[in-house]
Structure formats: C-alpha cells, structure tokens
Write a protein of this length. Structure first.
Length: 540
C-alpha cells in the first residue's frame, strides 16, 4: 500500500515520514472467512532479532494472541527464526443486519485500561447504545478485549451493509504504531452466511449469493487462548456394505477394474444412482486408508476429489466420485489419448494449484499431500483437474517448521530435504507441483531413463529444465523440450513463464520456494494470457 492510499483513511496524518508513538494508522484490507470458523484477516510480519510471539502480539496491540500466532504458523513459539515471515491473524467485523443496515464499515478497536463503551463511543461520535449493541457480552472490566465500532469512510460517510445485489468493495484495516491500533473492515455479505455456534460464530461460505445475510462477531478470547484440542474431528461419511459394493462391481470383476494404484485396485461402479470409483485396499494399507478417510471427510474443495463413502467389511474400501477422463499422466504419456491443448494444460496447473493451496492455507490442521504427481491429478469431462490419492498425507498441527517422517512417495517428485532427511513441510508439495508443470510442458516423465541402446545417463526432469533455462536463449532451448504433440499450437512466452514458475517451485532450498497461493495468482494471469492467445490464433 502506498503512502497516498494510507492518507485517504488518515486525514489527521500530515507527514507519513513522521509518526509519534501512540499514533493510530488505518489501512484497508479484506475481511475474510478463515477456516470456516470466524471473520478475520491475516497480515504478514517479518520477525526481527529478539522477536517472539508474545512480543508480536503486543506490537499488534493484542489484536491477536500467542495462541493464534502459534495456530496459524509453522514455527514453534520457542524457535522462530530471525527474518522469518509469520502470519498475524486478527478479527474483523462486517456488521449485523439484525441490528442495522446503516453500518457496514467497522473499526476493530483494542480496549485500553479504563476504557468502556461510553468513552469509545464518544471518541467516534456515536451513542454508547450503538457500540453496546454491536458488542454484546464484552467484558469492559478486563483490559485487552476488542470492540467493533461503526465508522465512516475516507469521504466522511457511513457505508451501509452490502445488499445481495451490490458488489463487494475493498476492506479497511489498521496497523499499530506504538500501542494504539484500529482495524476497519467492510464485509462481503453477498458471499458469506454467518451462524452462532456456542460462544463463537462460524462462517459458512455460501455457494449462492442469494443466501440471507447474518451476523459476524469476535471470537471469545477465553476460548481462543485455550490449548488446542488433541486429535482430529471428522465429519461422518456414508458407510456402504460389502454386499452393495460387490453387486455394483460384479464381484470386483476384471471388467469393472479401471486402475491399479500403489495401495490397491480401483473399480468402476454405479452406487445409489451415482457414478463412483471404488478403491479396494488390503488390511496392510490401514494407515493409508485412515489417512485418506480423515482428510477427505474433513476437507471439501472443487479441486480435490470428493469422497462418497467407505466400507470396512471384507477389506478396506474408499468410494470416490468418478472422474471420466482418467489422470494427467495418461493424457501426457499415452499415444491413444488426444493431446491436451496448451490452454487445457495451463488450466490443469491452475486447478491443481488451487487444490493444494486449499489444504496448505485454508485448513487447520494443515495437510501435506506428499505424493503430488501426474498420476494423482484427475481430469474430468471438461478437462478440469482434481487432486487425488491422499494416502500419504500428513496433517500438521503447530509444532515446528518441519515434520520428520519416514520417506514415502515417488522418485523424481521428492525434494532433497525430504528424500535425504525426511523433513516434511508444504514445500514438499510445492516442489512436486513444479515437476508436474515441467511434465505439462514436455509430456516427459519425472525421471527420464535412457534407452537400452543409449549411453546417456538417467536424468531428472528438474535437471533437464534447469539446463535449458540457464542457456543464453532459454526460449530456443525450451523448444527442444516441448511436447511434440502440441505442434506449433502454443505461445512460447507462456511456455517460458510456466517453466520459470516451475523452476521457482523446484529450488533446492525449501525456504526459497513460493507458497501455493503465489502460484495460484501467477497461474491465473497465465491462464488469462493463454485464453487471449487462443482467441487470436484460433478464432471461431
């Protein structure tokens, strides 16, 4: 954000180069539904020498807590590296239609000693009744709470709540200078429905903008500062009987078999009027069965394969939605399949990135797939991608930057820190995703084996592309690696950009690899550029 943009919401500040201790600064931001649990926004802060979670919480005027800092970061509270970038999650409000439609822009205000609703209301030229109404249950005898206070925008006007037909605008936040901070937020009511559950309000993302508007309030900080609950609570899945599965597959006949994975065979079936894929696993794969069951009953996203149900009679069975077009590897490496267009390939990369971003950024605990590869990216009838096969997934509560794990996965997709030391973090998936992008460009396997009559050595796809991208003319070098089935139907600038993104993902040091949310943004731009190229070069 530029100084000019900051001044729009801070008319009292005349010189952005000079601020006194205790000055209040307002900064705009988006008020989001975090983990389907509460309204908040996540800032990023670069740790300095001597910083620790309690100190960061105090720097943000206790708008966050040490529990939240630990919950939304990988680092142990006792060992956060200097210069590490951490997530600072704070609450925000979008107003309350049941109270008034007049106010849609709010300050998140940290209460100081001797402050109450009357003194805060006076500061904002509001009645104490209005402030009390939006902050029912706030304990004014305890320093450290937060209030939501209606406020005006940069034009001096109170913004009303967004109606169902209005478009969502930007949101506003405040940053701390010294000990005073405020956060202003405007909510996206066309996108979210909020319900009360016990002491907290859980926000549920609606799929229809016509859902009714509702309330949003703060988390009860006495709850937020409680220790995290051990274990994982999962939603209930549909349980099928062995008899039903056997009948649907003609006794798991060879004719019904559509695939073979590392942990079992896959069969096609129609169950209760729905096309399904049944993975039949042996008892020895119970760990993988439970891992996948836990993930897919807890996590739901358009770009993750959907789990329909399970069965534990006569073996272990997982029942998924049926994806018509097989997996990405089949499309890239089988001559019988029609070649994917470049636009399809970019879209598949974007869809896969969105699925990974969701399990890395928007779930608590965080999930690490550990086996991202072209075989585990499924393609539907519209050539959209879904990430599948969560049998090796690790869930990550807040303990340390890395988990230590027995190495499992697929050669060619494993980064050095995992293959050598067993260190697991989301950057393991980022590396593998980079390899998949190289596959999308070249249709080559992750590890290229020399032919029997060749004296060349075995090479990984990462090394092959590193060599090409380091040449003086990388575009010409890349042309030798591009899938020949694309012919000339591709924009070379787009190919180069994807290769460069893949190179960032496959850096040797995990801390230098991007997060998946950055990849989603970059691939959205690349997808738009590819669509424009298609329109110009392939007119109807």
């Amino acid at each position: 954000m530029t100084p000019e943009e900051i001044l729009l919401f801070n008319p009292g500040i005349k010189d952005t180069n000079y601020l006194e201790d205790g000055d209040r600064v307002n900064v705009n931001f988006s008020c989001d539904c975090i983990d389907n649990s509460f309204l908040g926004h996540t800032f990023q802060y670069n740790m300095q020498r001597g910083d620790y979670y309690k100190r960061v919480s105090q720097m943000y005027a206790s708008l966050t807590s040490t529990y939240f800092l630990a919950k939304f970061n990988w680092y142990s509270p006792d060992s956060v590296p200097t210069r590490a970038t951490i997530n600072v999650t704070v609450n925000c409000s979008c107003g309350d239609q049941s109270i008034s439609n007049q106010y849609g822009l709010f300050v998140t205000y940290p209460l100081q000693a001797d402050e109450n609703s009357r003194s805060v209301a006076s500061e904002f030229n509001l009645s104490a009744a209005v402030v009390d109404e939006y902050n029912r249950g706030t304990n004014f005898s305890s320093e450290g709470g937060i209030l939501y206070v209606p406020t005006h925008d940069q034009n001096g006007s109170y913004r009303p709540l967004f109606s169902k037909r209005s478009k969502p605008g930007r949101v506003i936040t405040g940053i701390v200078i010294g000990i005073i901070a405020i956060l202003l937020s405007i909510g996206f009511f066309s996108y979210y429905l909020f319900k009360r559950r016990k002491a907290n309000k859980l926000c549920l993302q609606s799929e229809e903008s016509s859902l009714p508007q509702g309330k949003s309030t703060t988390i009860d900080w006495s709850v937020a500062n409680a220790p995290p609950v051990a274990g994982l609570t999962i939603d209930k899945s549909v349980e099928f009987s062995y008899q039903e599965l056997s009948q649907a597959t003609s006794g798991f006949s060879r004719a019904s078999k559509i695939g073979q994975g590392g942990f079992g065979s896959v069969f096609y079936a129609e169950l209760r009027g729905e096309k399904a894929a049944i993975k039949k696993m042996g008892i020895q794969a119970s760990k993988e069965f439970l891992a996948e069951l836990k993930v897919l009953t807890h996590v739901h996203h358009l770009n993750l394969v959907k789990l329909i149900g399970y069965c534990i009679e006569g073996g272990l069975f997982l029942i998924y939605e049926y994806i018509e077009n097989g997996n990405l590897s089949q499309h890239l490496n089988r001559s019988g399949q029609s070649p994917l267009s470049w636009g399809n390939r970019v879209q598949i990369a974007l869809d896969s990135a969105r699925g990974l971003e969701y399990i890395h950024e928007h779930t608590v605990p965080v999930y690490i797939h550990r086996d991202i590869k072209s075989d585990n990216i499924l393609i539907d009838k519209n050539y959209r991608a879904k990430v599948a096969d969560f049998g090796l997934t690790k869930l990550k509560e807040v303990e340390s930057m890395y988990l230590s794990s027995k190495v499992a996965g697929t050669l060619g997709y494993m980064p050095p820190e995992y293959f050598i030391y067993g260190d697991v973090s989301p950057k393991v998936d980022v590396y593998a995703f980079g390899v998949v992008m190289y596959e999308l460009i070249s249709a080559k396997k992750a590890i290229i084996m020399p032919s029997s009559d060749s004296s060349s050595e075995t090479k990984g796809l990462v090394r092959l592309f590193d060599d090409a991208l380091s040449n003086a003319n990388p575009k010409e070098s890349l042309k030798e690696l591009i899938d020949p089935r694309l012919g000339d139907e591709y924009p070379i600038d787009s190919i180069l950009k994807m290769a460069q993104l893949a190179k960032e993902c496959t850096r040797h040091e995990p801390r230098r690899r991007p997060f998946m949310k950055s990849m989603v943004v970059a691939l959205m731009t690349l997808s738009s550029d590819s669509e424009s190229w298609d329109i110009v070069n392939n007119p109807l």
